[in-house]
Design a protein around this ligand. Structure first.
Ligand code: ZN
Length: 158
């Protein structure tokens, strides 16, 4: 007979986790779930409202929207943090707005002409190429609408 392992406890589930519904997510051709916010491979979960803000949410918003647990990528989770939004759609807007801000910041660096670039020092040139990489990685994340579409369908159904 196997001895019961002592001292091993499952972590306590968050007291509010039962309120949340799993949101649908698109999948990559390899079956990997995609971040509902930006379409990158999801390696984390985000919560609307954030788990740590459920009490605030219930005080602030008397009309209870649906509580969503969504597949997300870590960069999107970090951009949103524990900020409180009214519903998942406002949270998506907030994320896109923050990505736009990142894009604008790096876009400015790309206005250098090639001649100017040739004259720039090495470190400035490499900053410009970092900005180019950020811009080309960020634009598709802003344009991604797949998660929004699925959530709209899911909210209509409920
Ligand atoms: Zn994302």
């Amino acid at each position: 007979m196997k001895k019961a392992q002592k001292g091993q406890k499952l972590p306590e589930p968050h007291p509010h986790i039962g309120l949340y519904t799993h949101a649908p997510a698109e999948r990559s051709p390899h079956g990997w779930p995609l971040c509902v916010y930006c379409g990158q491979p999801a390696d984390a979960l985000d919560h609307q409202p954030p788990l740590s803000r459920v009490d605030d949410y219930q005080k602030l918003y008397l009309e209870r929207e649906q509580y969503w647990q969504v597949k997300a990528c870590k960069p999107c989770c970090e951009l949103l943090g524990d900020d409180l939004q009214k519903d998942i759609f406002v949270r998506i807007e907030a994320l896109k707005y923050r990505l736009q801000r990142t894009l604008r910041r790096h876009d400015a660096a790309l206005s250098w002409a090639d001649d100017d670039l040739a004259e720039l020092g090495h470190s400035l040139r490499s900053k410009v190429s970092v900005s180019a990489a950020v811009v080309s990685a960020t634009q598709p994340r802003i344009d991604y609408q797949g998660g929004l579409r699925l959530l709209r369908e899911a909210t209509r159904r409920t």
